[in-house]
Design a binder for this molecule. Sequence first.
Ligand code: NAP
Length: 484
Amino acid sequence: MVSRVIPVESFDLVIFGGTGDLARRKILPGLYRRYLAGQMTEDSRIIGAARADLTEEAFRAQVGAAIEQFVPKARQDTAVIAEFLARISYVSIDAKGTGGWEALRAKMRPDVVRAFYFSVAPSLFGELAERLHRHSIADARARIVVEKPFGRDLASAKALNAVLASHFSEGQIYRIDHYLGKETVQNLMAVRFANILFEPLWKSEYIDHVQITVAETVGVEGRGAYYDKSGAMRDMVQNHMMQLLCLIAMEPPYHFDPDAVRDEKLKVIRALQPIAPGDIVRGQYLAGGGEGGYLEHCEDPGSRTESYIAMKVAIANWRWQGTPFYLRTGKKLRARTSEIAITFKQPPHSIFDDAEGWKENVLVIRLQPNEGMELMMMIKEPGPGGMRLMQVPLDMAFADALGVEADDVPDAYERLIMDVIRGNQTLFMRGDEVEAAWAWTDPIIQGWEGRGERPQGYDAGSTGPDDALMLMHRDGRRWREIKG
Ligand code: NAP
């Protein structure tokens, strides 16, 4: 099945930080793929901006190299790449300086959507917003896209919201959380709200618990100094994992409309209960397998920053009273995997003698690898051995189900940038959502900082600290296996 590609409006997209890692790995290759798919109109333009004094040819060569490196070979079409590159230009601008702004203004065309991607350090967001405004480069329809991290606590997030709000309305600000751009994450909403099957069961009466896992095999190599200032709670839980939790836990919005969806997510965040210290396990990976541990990679040999966190979260509302959400994320774990698993309760009464063969129904939403969904069901074991039960998966890998190559499932960034051009904010975080998330996270972080807690060591390549296992075992539950 070939998905329908509806071209978006023509645009001028300025990428501040156009020479940076994110632009090279994700934004520019993603835009090429949208061009290849016919979604980016012929007369749309991309303008890279950074301090480096580059000619347009030199920047185009960088973009060409990025496409070669980050787009699968089968999708590299020389003629289309040349057409795409012809739509790219460059201006040298220092976000804090005065030069280059008039040159940028001269490049912007009337009557097309103007979008500005702030793919630079967050400390520059305010300066960029102010200068776009001062030089009349952003018109009333302009959109700005801001990258994570959006603050490091409630106070800094509020300050950032305030500085952006002094130049742009909330409807113009797109706070990106690339997890929300993943096909599976959006499918979570389709599965919940476009089928009658699950929603009647989607409550504590029928759901025993929910597990959300984001496991990485990489460590903090090369990013140690940056990561050490944030840790797993700020880097993963406060944004990506809370967004996933919200999509599972929220009430049905009245319409698939940006504010209707975000209003419902906000209610979930506000219903999150404070977490008791005993419901959190923090870990830090140890040296092993010839590689250094966390402490060898950050600048502070006594660092107390966590590279792993597991927590039990309670949502205090009618739907979820009594159904815990277990979240865990970490670096240097056994496999790279991201999934949400919804474990249902036992049927009220079993008519079968094979009590041992019985296992819970589990709905697994796989974000990576191999985006898809799996429903663990009970069936009769085949053969003449009597009525014995076994668990089998109803497995739907999206790439198979939709008849596309895994490489062709658009990357989250591609989808989100197209949403920016369409003016659809559904998959972007609203300012009040971000602040509410920090308001919940801040006391947790302050708690362990105040107690001077050290994270527990865990072996690289393991499933995390032992206490994380206990977090589940003491409730008579177990984590799902971490496997790639
Ligand atoms: P990066 O590789 O360090 O690139 C930074 C970019 O900003 C470069 O193009 C740099 O070019 C430009 N820049 C720096 N100072 C500037 C200034 N004063 N004025 C104008 N341009 C300036 O960073 P990155 O990894 O691409 O990250 C960019 C943003 O995305 C950050 O907010 C980061 O937190 C976020 N992010 C990145 C990733 C990722 O995977 N890389 C993932 C999630 C979020 P010049 O030095 O030539 O100016």
